[in-house]
Design a protein around this ligand. Structure first.
Ligand code: PLP
Length: 405
């Protein structure tokens, strides 16, 4: 059970007033708020323990290194990876995907090869592959989705051929909310010996992710969307693949020995962690994971499902409101347009009432193009949101709908 009244006490930002109204924060898919324990972890580390990791023999350095490696173990358990060496800290989902596109691409993608992504990808899971294709003279192929926002995986067989080098697909869409059948996609890809990268930025905040069960080759997510600080994220990769890939960046910590003639690289995962990583925020990511585990992942899933069902039902009843994304399996977000009211107008009027929603392309222009739109409004919910907040959102949407008769 989620005790939302007590949970909200952990997120002091939720007490903020916006233009005199209580903040209703419905922009969680962009970034989630931070509980006090995460803020405290960061503050305490800077106050009492800050020292660069891995390179010192002194007390504080060793202490930070230990905490950093403990955070890696927490991440491993959180997504059920087999080995700690398969967990690489990055700057976020974008950093993780760029690491794979560059490093895997360098090793395995050549002229004439093909990469498959879906039509519902965030720009972060399109542009790095486009950049790779430009460098290597390769091409991108697209898995389309239908008008309900369901991926046409029935077309996968016709898209795959002997030149396909990797499939990169989102676990959950940041616009449609659709939870894709990634397990099925992975099984299909593996039957052709093709590895799969899963963008988990929107799935990890809302559910249990088990990379062993999925059997994915790469899995990526961002700390800031799961209540951790910004600037820290995770790349999971199967050891067998990561070992065959060259380092993404060169610098300190990722080497074994350096001479001007030849450099050898560190073992995994440090081979992919060049320079001074964001170790304080990695430790705070561990604190965020502790917080999620304490709240209960099953509790979170159940409560957010109820929020989504309630929001979908109430919002559908607002005259002239159209929801984009009607898949059976969704994470707790609703993208919509109200009559032919510009998305920015809707967003700005809601803002004046203290309601924070996201507007614009939602970093998924090809997805919006599918519907012939240049922008949408998105309300996204997590376990500190309430049913009352959804009521207030809907009351205001009704008023906006009347304003633009
Ligand atoms: N992928 C998806 C599905 C997202 O929703 C986002 C962010 O909204 C990203 C990737 C990029 O995440 P970040 O900006 O944290 O790297």
């Amino acid at each position: 059970m989620i005790d939302v009244i007590n949970i909200r006490k952990d997120f002091s930002v939720l007490n903020t007033k916006i233009y005199g109204n209580p903040l209703i924060y419905l922009d969680n898919a962009a970034t989630a708020q931070k509980p006090e324990c995460v803020i405290q972890t960061v503050a305490e580390l800077y106050r009492t323990a800050n020292a660069n990791i891995h390179r010192g023999v002194h007390f504080l350095s060793e202490q930070c290194t230990e905490k950093y490696e403990q955070a890696r173990e927490k991440v491993r358990q959180f997504i059920n990876a087999e080995k700690k060496s398969e967990i690489i800290f990055t700057s976020g989902t974008t950093g993780s995907i760029n690491t794979v596109a560059t490093s895997f691409g360098e090793q395995f993608v050549f002229e004439g090869d093909e990469i498959i992504v879906s039509e519902m990808e965030h720009h972060s899971n399109i542009v790095p592959w486009q950049m790779l294709c430009k460098r290597k003279n390769a091409t991108i192929k697209i898995i389309p989705f239908d008008d309900k926002g369901v991926l046409r995986i029935d077309l996968l067989d016709s898209l795959i051929n002997e030149r396909t080098k990797i499939i990169a697909v989102t676990h959950a869409s940041n616009v449609l909310g659709t939870i894709n059948p990634v397990r099925q996609i992975i099984a299909k890809a593996h039957s052709y010996n093709i590895p799969v990268l899963v963008d988990g930025a929107q799935a990890v905040p809302h559910g249990n992710v088990d990379v062993c069960d999925l059997d994915c080759d790469f899995y990526t997510f961002s700390g800031h969307k799961i209540y951790a600080p910004t600037g820290i994220g995770v790349l999971y990769g199967k050891e067998k693949l990561l070992e065959q890939m060259p380092p993404y960046q060169g610098g300190g910590d990722m080497i074994s020995t350096v001479t001007f003639e030849k450099t050898t690289y560190a073992q995994l995962p440090l081979k992919f962690e060049a320079g001074t990583l964001n170790f304080i925020d990695a430790i705070a990511l561990g604190a965020a994971i502790d917080y999620i585990n304490k709240t209960g992942r099953q509790n979170i899933i159940e409560y957010e499902h109820k929020l989504l069902d309630y929001a979908t039902q109430k919002m559908s009843a607002v005259e002239g409101l159209k929801i984009y994304g009607e898949a059976d399996e969704k994470v707790a977000l609703v993208s919509f347009l109200l009559k032919d009211i510009h998305h920015l107008d809707t967003g700005m009027i809601l803002d004046k009432k203290g309601i924070a929603v996201r507007t614009g392309t939602l970093c998924a222009e090809p997805l919006l193009t599918h519907f012939g739109k240049t922008g949408m409004v998105r309300a996204s919910f997590v376990f500190y949101n309430t049913f009352d907040e959804i009521d207030i959102l809907c009351e205001n949407l009704k008023k906006i709908s009347l304003m633009f008769k």
